[in-house]
Ligand binder design. Structure first.
Ligand code: PLP
Length: 358
């Protein structure tokens, strides 16, 4: 018997893989999962009904072109169907884009801290990560523009930024886009766009239209409440959408995800009422935390960021004890998802009794 084990790429030794948000510890009497920015609401009856029908057809492969969903997205956002590409969540599309640009020497830029999938997928794609530190918990677009080289192939701008909730506004984003060379793709990751209430934050779909090198990522996982089904989409010009289609694993968007996403677009008014409730709760939670003496950057997403530094893990432990699973990102801070009033109250009361405020 050989003593050897199979040999893998060295890059795999450097990280542990994507860590999803934890489920709450079952010991507490009530538990709430505030660690993955999911919707606190279950699926709409109209969505459940199409899923039940589609379940009878799962012996068949899904439509690989997702024609009905592609048309529904194109109609909803007023873009040509050829500008729409789909993936297994928008994280799947991020991977497809990185596959499309990744090669030795290629640089992929993003702010840090930002979405934790960026570094991991960048390394997997054989590209070099260029991380530009946040300033005041927000993208420093001037520093990012200054860090562009002739090897920069793709730049993520996460707006609002996960995990800090901060936004970039119209004027600064347009100035940045004007500074990016045309052969470098800018990906506006708008996973939380429905939660934005700041009127100065641009809609990426308006910005991409006359910019060949700008594309927008959207997801059905957050405001649309379909995180368990895995569907996301890109809107970008033909060559970008085409690259994403070429790098897609065949049949990547399953048949249940396709029908549920179509039904969710049809039920958007109902879903946006839920988003409004979360936004109200977000503003209530942030005000209350500020009143308690915490530092909380302004947030336009369905979560708040507490920059607790070295105490991040300890605070997350205290929340765990109270049956609340939140997301620690040591050594920077913790991210707490806004859920329903009962969960938010439970979090606020845990925060109130935590001894070392910042
Ligand atoms: C949640 C999230 C996504 C997408 O999630 P999917 O479930 O893969 O669609 C993308 N970007 C950011 C910044 C997110 O927080």
């Amino acid at each position: 018997m050989s003593e050897q084990s199979p040999r893998f790429r060295q890059v795999l030794d450097q990280f542990a893989g994507y860590k999803p948000g934890k489920a709450p510890v079952a010991a507490a009497s009530r538990t709430f999962k505030l660690s993955s920015n999911e919707s606190p609401y279950g699926p709409l009856p109209s969505v459940q009904a199409v899923l039940a029908d589609a379940a009878a057809q799962i012996h068949l492969y899904p439509d690989n072109t997702a024609a009905a969903l592609t048309t529904a997205i194109a109609d909803r956002f007023g873009v040509p169907a050829g500008h729409v590409a789909l993936g297994c969540g928008s994280v799947g599309i991020a991977q497809q884009l990185l596959e499309a640009v990744g090669e030795p020497g290629a640089e992929v830029m993003y702010a840090w801290r930002s979405f934790e999938a960026y570094p991991y997928l960048t390394q997997l794609a054989n590209a070099e990560a260029v991380e530009v530190p946040l300033t005041d918990h927000a993208h420093d677009l001037a520093a990012m523009a200054a860090a562009i080289t002739d090897r920069t192939r793709l730049i993520f701008v996460c707006n609002p930024n996960n995990p800090t909730g901060t936004v970039v506004r119209q004027a600064e984003l347009e100035a940045f886009l004007d500074a990016v060379p045309g052969d470098c793709l800018v990906v506006l990751d708008e996973a939380y766009v429905q939660y934005i209430r700041d009127p100065q934050v641009p809609d990426g779909i308006a910005l991409y239209r006359d910019r060949q090198n700008v594309a927008v990522l959207r997801t059905f996982s957050k405001a649309y409440g379909l995180a368990g089904l895995r569907a996301g989409f890109l809107i970008g010009h033909e060559p970008v959408a085409e690259a994403v289609r070429k790098t897609m694993l065949p049949f990547t968007v399953n048949s249940l995800a396709q029908v549920a996403a179509v039904a969710s677009l049809a039920a958007e008014d109902e879903l946006m009422e839920r988003v409004d409730l979360v936004v109200k709760e977000r503003d209530r939670v942030r005000s209350e935390l500020l009143a308690q003496g915490w530092t909380v950057p302004p947030t336009e997403a369905n979560f708040v960021w507490l920059p607790l530094g070295d105490r991040s893990a300890e605070f997350a432990g205290a929340c765990d004890q109270a049956g609340l699973s939140i997301r620690p990102y040591p050594p920077d801070g913790v991210r707490v998802t806004i859920a329903g009033p009962e969960a938010n109250d439970a979090f606020l009361s845990t925060a109130r009794s935590y001894p070392h405020r910042q």
